[in-house]
Design a protein around this ligand. Structure first.
Ligand SMILES: [Zn+2]
Length: 333
């Protein structure tokens, strides 16, 4: 069995993927068309070209452009269903997906109504369990971010399990969000933060030491601080690495230069993720194949990454045990 077929055959988990960045391009084009379209994007090929980025700020600008076309509850139900079908088609059976009510404030939907629409779409797809991470956006004022965390905590019966800090990392360091993270934890939510993607290792240190984030998204530039790499190894802080995303946004100049191999060899808790797969022209299987081809990961190494994702997930321990067994059985088949 070739590697891609083998990876496809395994039940996989994703811990760092954005729901609104997971809309298949055909579905996004349908939403665009539904709302009058954009004369500069007359077809799918033009939409694909839109998602080639000069740098991280350019990516954020395209993210915002796309969000302008998400207008009502039906758009969110539609995109959630389309994303879930795509995950299921790749045998991704467990997902903790970020979604961003703050970025959808132009819709006038309350956080509750938006989340209910997303859940409605997700529930139309059987075979993939999707739990939600509510994004706190870094350029929000702190009182607004606190309100988002509190609203998220009220939606745990809709599968909201955590908050995630996202947005313009290069201009907004993590430390001011410490009260938001503390409040979220007190209300029963898990926490993760983007760090070390568009900003340096100090952002990772801030997210670990000050926010006490349960996981770190990207952590790409932690490699620049040897003491920090030791800390991450010692603490076994789960890292949600997204190598192809980093390549597409210019966070790394090449896949060869991505620190994933070094982190893995030093015993850091590495998981592999896609971030915004259609926007970065990647798939989860594609990420695994790239690690094999570019960094020499063996099948056993790749299996370790899949087990790491289960360990680092926020599912119940009994579910972890069951999914570890299912993964091992599928790998031996
Ligand atoms: Zn992300």
């Amino acid at each position: 069995m070739d590697l891609a077929t083998w990876i496809d055959s395994l039940p996989k988990s994703e811990l760092h993927v954005h729901l609104e960045g997971s809309i298949p391009l055909w579905a996004l084009f349908e939403i665009l068309t539904r709302h009058g379209g954009d004369p500069e994007v007359p077809d799918l090929q033009a939409l694909e070209r839109r998602f080639a980025y000069r740098d991280f700020p350019h990516f954020l600008a395209m993210w915002t452009w796309k969000h302008g076309f998400l207008r009502d509850a039906e758009d969110f139900a539609f995109l959630a269903e389309a994303a879930a079908r795509e995950w299921l088609a790749q045998n991704i059976t467990y997902v903790e997906a970020h979604y961003s009510p703050t970025d959808a404030s132009h819709t006038g939907l309350s956080v509750g109504d938006l989340t209910r629409a997303v859940r409605r779409g997700l529930d139309r797809v059987v075979g993939v369990e999707v739990r939600l991470i509510c994004d706190v956006v870094r350029d929000s004022p702190i009182p607004r971010a606190l309100r988002t965390a509190e609203e998220a905590a009220e939606l745990q019966d809709l599968g909201v399990v955590g908050i995630g800090l996202g947005g313009p990392e290069h201009s907004h360091p993590p430390e001011p969000f410490a009260p938001v993270f503390a409040r979220a934890r007190a209300l029963g939510l898990h926490t993760t933060a983007h760090a070390g993607e568009a900003a340096g290792p100090e952002s990772v240190r801030g997210a670990v030491e000050v926010l006490q984030a349960g996981r770190i998204g990207h952590a790409t530039r932690a490699i620049e601080d040897p003491g920090l790499v030791e800390l991450l190894a010692r603490e076994q802080t789960p890292l949600e690495l997204c190598p192809i995303s980093n390549l597409r946004t210019g966070a790394v100049p090449s896949l060869e230069s991505h620190p994933v191999r070094t982190y893995f060899e030093r015993g850091l808790k590495v998981t592999l993720n896609t971030d915004d797969p259609p926007m970065f022209n990647t798939t989860l299987t594609g990420e695994f194949v790239a690690l094999h081809e570019v960094h020499g990961f063996t099948r056993e190494d790749l299996l370790t990454l899949l087990h790491n994702a289960l360990d680092a997930s926020w599912m119940r321990d009994s579910d972890k045990t069951r999914r570890h067994l299912e993964l091992d059985q599928a790998a031996r088949a």
